[in-house]
Design a protein around this ligand. Structure first.
Ligand code: SAM
Length: 235
């Protein structure tokens, strides 16, 4: 079944963008997923197709209008569409690998991309939008966030990564960062590959990787290590 992504944006030319190459691009060509865009401005008000207005209560910038966004969402995702509707916003819940896995296992996503100072809050409940953030920093628009989200989902679709990996040992799967990776040359600027990795002892390699994943997570991401269950893996 084809995984369908519908993106609502003022900049449809940004899609598929970087997702048109490499693994995601090949999967797009193969029909594993589709990427449709809706130009929000087509649903704008008046001769100038206005999509925004001044913030209620004052302040700088402009806010995207709820009525315009509702019309665009209803066109892109009519009643009966089973896909979750997401909206990119720094006010949202941070995107996690667990949520990415759920989304990639579903029928696809509808993603609303904000611009300006953001969107009228009333659209969130009116169209049951899931607010998603890609990190604690502010982008100039939701499009880059949507591309990040799509890339994370598409690489998990069946067949996209091929035999390379199911992704089960990657960072965040199981609540830990991945162990560090090495490849030839054996010595790089006087630093050798850890001997265990070239020992041929698969059990020792597994143990070393589990220990490093746990130690690196504790050191670099104590927030991840502190989450329920995480410290158990490999300990
Ligand atoms: N005034 C807003 C605030 O402070 O929360 C920021 C608006 S930002 C300039 C414009 C749009 O970029 C947002 O509506 C959102 O769609 C997108 N955006 C910015 N940062 C984001 C982030 N960290 N995650 C997801 N989307 C983001």
């Amino acid at each position: 079944m084809t995984w369908r992504a519908s993106i609502l944006t003022l900049y449809p030319e940004m899609f598929p963008g970087p997702l048109g190459v490499s693994l995601a691009g090949r999967a797009l060509t193969a029909g594993t997923w589709t990427c449709e865009t809706t130009q929000i401005r087509e649903f704008g008000i008046g001769k100038h197709r206005a999509v925004d207005d001044t913030p209620s209560g004052g302040g700088p910038g402009m806010v995207m209008r709820a009525d315009v966004l509702a019309a665009a969402i209803d066109a892109a995702s009519p009643q009966g569409d089973r896909r979750p509707r997401l909206v990119m916003t720094p006010r949202g819940r941070p995107l996690t690998q667990a949520r990415v896995r759920e989304l990639s296992a579903g029928p696809g996503v509808v993603v609303l991309c904000g611009r300006f100072e953001g969107m009228d809050e009333r659209i969130m409940a009116a169209r049951d939008l899931e607010e998603v953030s890609i990190g604690d920093y502010v982008l100039s628009g939701g499009e880059m966030g949507a591309l990040v989200l799509l890339d994370a989902c598409v690489r998990l679709l069946p067949g996209v990564m091929g035999a390379v990996a199911s992704g089960h040992e990657e960072s965040f799967e199981g609540g830990l960062l991945e162990y560090p990776q090495y490849t030839r040359p054996q010595v790089f600027e006087d630093v050798e590959i850890p001997a265990v990795l070239t020992s041929g002892d698969h059990g020792a390699v597994e143990r070393w990787r589990a220990e490093r994943a746990l130690a690196d997570t504790r050191e670099r991401r104590p927030d991840l290590a502190a989450r329920d269950g995480s410290p158990e893996r490999g300990s």
